[in-house]
Design a protein around this ligand. Structure first.
Ligand SMILES: *Cc1c(COP(=O)(O)O)cnc(C)c1O
Length: 367
């Protein structure tokens, strides 16, 4: 608290990101980073761009990156918005497209940054309960009893549950809410089946905005690049916000790195495939240890042990230099969100869990 803060600052509840400890030899499975690293072509492009031209501002419209993304996703530059990480793209969308008199609808268990943006921008929102096993039901997002949404937002696959809503169900929601923007945050979509993305629907639904990131499947969390694809009217709205906030959200290094990453389809497919394979193995091993693990379409799994407290397991893992994410949020406080690492990291994790479960006295909290 400070008397120098504005009333807005006093009223904020900021997002708490997963920790980034500076320790080496840590198995870091807490923030869904990609263990395989970025495309070597991206690194090469970034190194080559670390040159005298850095004295010049970057292209404020990021045209070359938009052209690469347009080619990759079979659309046009007018359908694309890019930002400094998808968190920035989301923030602009909350202010520019989702803030209306009617409340914004979102799942009750979802990316915890959404309520933070609502707090920052004064957006009224409503939490829609998930069904059993954290399933998101399209029915719950259709207008009913004369009630409509001012906007709709959810990640698909959802975070931190990993559950995927089939594309046909996403389309049902978009079609039933033509007057509201439906924002699908596809941070993890590249770890789902090939035809899961809602990008294929944007030509039919001008209210649909799809947001993706380079942080997970393209292993460029440190570069900060995200993008949105949707009808040019939505993109123009985002541009108005962006150009009222920061003309150059992406620097020269981010632009060239992202372009090279988009163009390296081979590296992308390879790393995504490895993670999908490891996820299946990790899920099976966790279930053998007695964990309850809903099916995940993301690069993490969400797991609960019926006989052991999640906080205690997380603490015991930490003592063994393995960090996972434990949310103390009511309803999911007995779950751990575990990033899918390499096969070797997964094996180390499973061995540590086996030891922890054997030595710990089973609790009763969670039975
Ligand atoms: C990681 C994540 C993001 C943010 O990604 P950045 O592009 O790194 O800002 C957005 N949404 C969800 C659901 C995420 O998990």
């Amino acid at each position: 608290m400070s008397r120098y803060w504005s009333a807005v600052t006093h009223g904020l509840t900021p997002y708490a990101p997963g920790e980034q400890p500076g320790l080496d030899n840590l198995i870091k499975l807490n923030t869904n980073e990609n263990p395989y690293g970025p495309s070597p072509m991206a690194i090469k492009a970034i190194c080559a761009a670390a040159a005298d031209s850095l004295r010049l501002y970057p292209d404020p419209d990021a045209k070359a990156l938009k052209a690469a993304l347009a080619a990759r996703h079979a659309t046009s530059q007018a359908h694309i918005f890019v930002g400094n990480g998808s968190d920035e793209v989301l923030a602009h969308a909350f202010l520019g497209l989702l803030k209306h008199d009617l409340p914004l609808w979102m799942p009750d268990i979802t990316y915890s940054f959404y309520p933070v943006y609502c707090g920052l921008y004064g957006i009224d929102f409503r939490r829609i309960p998930l069904a059993d096993g954290f399933a998101l039901r399209a029915e719950d997002y259709l207008p009913r009893d004369g009630e409509r949404a001012g906007g709709i937002v959810f990640p698909n696959p959802n975070a931190p549950t990993g559950r995927l809503l089939p594309r046909a169900e996403v389309e049902r929601i978009a079609a039933a809410n033509p007057d509201a923007v439906v924002l699908i945050d596809e941070a993890y979509i590249d770890f789902a089946d090939d035809d899961a993305s809602a990008i294929a629907l944007i030509d039919r639904h001008p209210n649909l905005l799809v947001v993706q990131t380079f942080s997970k499947s393209r292993a460029l969390a440190g570069l900060r690049v995200g993008f949105a694809i949707g009808h040019p009217e939505l993109i123009a709205g985002l541009d108005r916000i962006k150009n009222s906030f920061n003309s150059y959200p992406l620097g020269r290094l981010a632009l060239v790195g992202a372009i090279a990453a988009v163009q390296d389809e081979v590296w992308f497919q390879e790393s995504r495939r490895k993670i999908i394979v490891t996820r299946a193995m990790l899920t099976a091993r966790l279930r053998e240890l007695g964990f309850i693990v809903p099916p995940s379409s993301a690069n993490f799994v969400f797991a609960r042990h019926p006989a052991h407290d999640a906080g205690e397991i997380a603490a015991a893992l930490r003592q063994r230099a393995i960090i996972v994410r434990h949310f103390k949020t009511p309803g999911i406080e007995q779950y751990l969100r575990i990033t899918v690492g390499t096969d070797e990291q997964s094996a180390t994790l499973i061995a540590a869990l086996r030891e922890i479960l054997q030595t710990a006295r089973p609790g009763t909290e969670n039975e």
